[in-house]
Ligand binder design. Structure first.
Ligand SMILES: CC(C)(COP(=O)(O)OP(=O)(O)OC[C@H]1O[C@@H](n2cnc3c(N)ncnc32)[C@H](O)[C@@H]1OP(=O)(O)O)[C@@H](O)C(=O)NCCC(=O)NCCS
Length: 169
């Protein structure tokens, strides 16, 4: 449904219990996402130039959640993937309203985009000390397949990345 707002939920009941919806990110969203990056990833936030390059790249797919049935209100979350043949890589995901199902909806959108593009697997990296995200991914069916030692350097400290994977078929 690229180009259209999309309410989360089933086909029979398209998210009528929520006050938000999903829609594909456009370049006009880049500044608001950059502000959210600073809140969600204070140690490793992308700037507007990095985000713009991501959003406009032909092999990326970005989605956001925002208030309102057309997702034209306040930004509540966003996510993006890189497509690479059989693989897709989750580049980012974050929500400003935790525990409301927004992360699940964003991840589901990304998985659907990856599937439609022919990817059979989704990969992601998560900081070892991000227990909330690890629980979120595990609940979504991802399992740890690798560890990248010292992958993140946060204020001079090295933190491992866990690589997680889920089959999309
Ligand atoms: C990780 C993150 C994206 C999850 O988004 P969210 O909108 O809060 O997650 P949802 O409400 O969709 O939760 C979906 C499921 O994940 C699991 N989950 C979410 N948060 C959890 C927690 N703190 N502990 C255990 N399980 C959790 C639950 O199974 C949940 O389902 P349930 O509510 O039916 O129990 C969000 O916490 C976030 O933005 N964190 C900061 C940025 C970040 O770390 N991003 C990931 C970088 S790798």
């Amino acid at each position: 449904m690229v180009g259209d707002a999309q309410t989360p939920g089933t086909a029979e009941s398209p998210g009528t219990d929520t006050d938000w919806a999903l829609r594909p990110v456009t370049i006009e969203d880049v500044e608001e996402i950059a502000f959210a990056e600073l809140e969600l990833f204070p140690d490793e936030s992308w700037n507007v130039f990095q985000l713009a390059a991501e959003i406009e790249h032909p092999d990326r797919r970005y989605v956001l959640a925002a208030q309102g049935p057309q997702a034209d209100g306040a930004l509540l979350g966003y996510a993006g993937i890189m497509l690479a043949g059989d693989l897709a890589d989750l580049h980012t995901i974050g929500t400003r309203r935790e525990g409301a199902g927004i992360g699940r909806a964003l991840l589901g959108w990304c998985e659907e985009q990856a599937r439609s593009a022919g990817a059979g697997r989704m990969l992601l990296e998560v900081r070892e000390d991000n227990s909330r995200a690890r629980a979120f991914y595990a609940a979504a069916g991802y399992r740890e397949i690798d560890r990248r030692r010292g992958y993140y350097r946060i204020r001079g400290r090295r933190i491992d990345a866990l690589v997680m994977e889920r089959a999309l078929s």
